[in-house]
Design a binder for this molecule. Structure first.
Ligand SMILES: NC(=O)C1=CN([C@@H]2O[C@H](COP(=O)(O)OP(=O)(O)OC[C@H]3O[C@@H](n4cnc5c(N)ncnc54)[C@H](O)[C@@H]3O)[C@@H](O)[C@H]2O)[C@@H](O)CC1
Ligand SMILES: Nc1ncnc2c1ncn2[C@@H]1O[C@H](COP(=O)(O)OP(=O)(O)O)[C@@H](O)[C@H]1O
Ligand SMILES: [K+]
Length: 635
């Protein structure tokens, strides 16, 4: 039976927000290959269409374009060769630089038939119809010439390696990538998209940018940052995980029609629909207590503001009430802005601990002025959690968010109902206290590895902050569950933003107290949903469209024109108006907290299918609506 439009939309949402390891991708491909489906030809046709759109968007005539294909010896090179054959067939001037010792035979034949030219860089290359360099000197000369050729090209198609990459790039691919792209680390450039192709050739990566680690999302060595990555069949972890996802450019996912229903994704991305399902809709007979109460032990004698910011977010996060515990001056400050706050302890459905509370070291350095009892109260709450675990009654106490100053008060053993929210520096300190030897830069370079490690060492749910935030926690299986969210603008990295995040998570947990008691694995989804809302609120406050990560555009190989139309539409002159303002404006953390109710309302109204409200917000020029569309700024 033909799927309904709703089913199709749902399937595509799953496709866009689920990433599978290289091994899983091969298992998805296999039944198609067994059935003789020409996946490589479909991949290549899609690549050629996207290349065409890229060139056109950049103001070039595809039939007159100078294209260089960097082709490896594997199937990734094969994809590139068939695509280049298509492009050459339409008139483009195509040169293939073979980076390995051979080329995919079928692809090479097609390319040569279409009039493409091949250069080999490896002296040991055996490629029919192509002479290999005779020795190291000629090889090095040829390499320099290939680099020059690439620099003068309109478009570089990077098909050196895909999911077959092992370790960091070596040899000729590494040398080319270091010259044309990055030798290591991230490029230093503004967070928002800038017109691609202005400072050099356009770069189109085939399946993944060659050199990024497929399953871990790291940058182990040289690679070429892409303007667009066209990925085949399904998302790979490197397209969603930091830091590699930052160098993939706009992602286009070619829908082969894979059946992913039997697989648990390696990484999933939080999105508006899933978030909507996790927000508790108020009931007709609700009371402020049934909607959830958040308790906060945040702010301190040393840092007043964090108490206010976390409270402001919690109170704005769709709950019935907040209780604040802390120094009198901070309580008074909160009451001035949030007179609805109740001061002092009482029954709560979640705790937010530690934002704006000094670490042990900072408190000791401050002397008597830093003594305010906050750390003692936090330690008491955390220890009660640990005692519950020991008594096998983990659900007895409310779930906890442990941030900043709570992170050096953790008992040895925690459960998934405790969320730790370190940034990279705090993560390093946390890991070091558990016997690892790592600094903040190393955490940033391998965020997945270290978030998983922290989860294993502490037993807690881990949220590691960044432009793409990672959440790792229990899945009820022996594999941790990994979620990402990157829907916030770079403007969110501002003082107090983390305090707003902890309050937002607290509110998400309090309104879901019942479901969490039944199922601790929900903690990952709820934490990621809170981070998603935090990002969306940041976007609303900044008024821009720039985000840490954008959902892939889906390419239907049966309807290539749909894609071209979609991109063209998105770049209409009036669309450009939105696009021109896409970077938005700087924000303060308080504005993020204030935008939270709007973010929640938008997400929930979408869940209720109230399309008119979304339409209205589009007419009102509300950029939030664009977060929900699977089309946005092209590149
Ligand atoms: N199996 C299929 O029929 C399909 C495969 N597809 C493409 O095929 C790709 C996978 O193809 P393969 O399995 O052949 O693997 P790849 O082509 O991704 O990689 C293998 C090649 O990379 C080289 N390589 C590996 N590690 C290296 C390193 N560290 N430094 C330098 N070179 C290195 C190898 O020597 C080999 O030449 C996918 O990424 C996708 O692009 C798509 O066409 C869809 C269908
Ligand atoms: N480049 C970025 N793009 C989007 N969000 C970011 C970026 N950098 C940081 N963030 C987000 O901003 C927040 C910063 O939190 P944190 O480092 O704890 O700040 P503070 O301690 O000042 O409150 C986190 O939610 C993080 O995910
Ligand atoms: K590639």
């Amino acid at each position: 039976m033909k799927p309904s439009p709703d089913e199709r939309r749902e399937a595509r949402r799953t496709l866009a927000t689920s990433a599978y390891s290289a091994d899983m991708i091969r298992s998805l491909e296999q039944p198609f290959l067994d059935d003789g489906v020409p996946l490589m030809r479909i991949a290549a046709g899609s690549l050629a269409s996207v290349a065409d759109v890229m060139l056109t968007q950049a103001g070039m005539e595809p039939a007159e374009a100078r294209i260089v294909l960097l082709a490896g010896a594997g199937n990734n090179g094969g994809d590139g060769l068939y695509a280049s054959a298509d492009l050459a067939g339409h008139g483009a001037d195509v040169t293939v630089v073979a980076t390995g010792r051979s080329l995919h035979q079928g692809g090479l034949d097609a390319l040569l038939r279409a009039g493409g030219v091949v250069t080999a860089l490896d002296p040991q290359a055996a490629i029919p119809g192509c002479e290999a360099p005779t020795g190291p000197d000629q090889a090095s000369e040829e390499l320099d010439q290939a680099v020059d050729l690439c620099r003068q090209a309109d478009l570089i198609i990077d098909a050196m390696t895909g999911i077959g990459l092992k370790g960091a790039l070596r040899g000729i691919p590494a040398a080319l990538a270091a010259e044309l792209g990055m030798e290591s680390g991230l490029p230093d450039r503004p967070a928002w998209h800038y017109p691609a192709g202005q400072n050099g050739p356009l770069v189109l990566a085939v399946d993944t940018p060659s050199g990024v680690d497929i399953d871990e999302g790291t940058l182990p060595g040289a690679y070429i940052p892409a303007d667009v990555t066209v990925t085949m069949g399904a998302m790979k972890p490197c397209l969603m995980l930091p830091p590699s996802a930052y160098v993939c450019g706009r992602i286009v996912l070619v829908d082969f029609g894979f059946d992913t229903s039997a697989l648990v994704p390696s990484v999933s991305c939080m999105n508006a629909e899933d978030c909507a399902g996790l927000l508790r809709a108020p009931r007709v007979d609700d009371t402020k207590y049934s909607r959830g109460v958040v308790g906060l032990v945040t702010g301190s004698a040393l840092y007043h503001g964090a108490g206010l910011l976390s409270s402001r977010a919690a109170a704005s996060g769709n709950v019935g009430m907040i209780r604040y515990c802390g120094p009198e001056q901070v309580g008074n400050l909160i009451l001035q802005e949030l007179p609805e706050t109740v001061l002092g302890r009482g029954r709560v459905e979640s705790w937010v601990l530690g934002s704006g509370v000094p670490t042990r070291q900072a408190q000791e350095a401050a002397g008597p002025e830093g003594q305010d009892g906050q750390r003692d109260l936090i330690a008491d709450i955390l220890n009660r959690q640990a005692a519950d675990l020991d008594e096998d009654d983990a659900a007895a106490d409310p779930p906890v968010v442990a941030d900043a100053g709570a992170l050096d008060l953790l008992p040895d053993r925690l459960g998934p109902r405790t969320v730790l929210t370190p940034h990279a520096g705090e993560m390093a300190a946390l890991l070091n206290s558990h016997g690892e030897n790592v600094d903040g830069d190393q955490v940033m370079a391998e965020p997945l590895r270290w978030a998983v490690r922290a989860c294993q060492l502490t037993g807690a749910t881990i949220l590691l902050k960044g432009a793409i935030t990672l959440v790792v926690g229990e899945d009820g299986t022996d594999r941790p569950r990994v979620m990402t969210t990157g829907f916030g603008p770079a403007w969110l990295s501002t003082a107090g933003s983390g305090d707003v995040l902890s309050g937002t998570i607290g509110a998400m947990l309090a309104q879901n107290a019942g479901p969490i008691q039944d199922d601790a694995t929900l903690m990952v989804d709820l934490t990621a949903a809170a981070a998603f809302l935090h990002g969306l609120a940041g976007s609303l406050a900044s008024g821009g469209r720039q985000t840490g990560w954008e959902q892939p555009l889906i390419f239907d190989p049966r309807k290539p024109q749909d894609f071209a139309d979609l991109v063209a539409e998105d770049n209409q002159p009036e669309g450009q108006g939105v696009v021109a303002g896409h970077m938005g404006q700087p924000i303060r953390a308080g504005q993020v907290a204030d935008a939270l109710p709007r973010a929640i309302g938008l997400v929930m109204s979408r869940a209720e299918g109230a399309a008119e409200q979304i339409d209205q917000s589009i007419q009102d020029g509300d950029d939030a609506s664009q977060f929900f569309e699977n089309s946005s700024l092209w590149f």
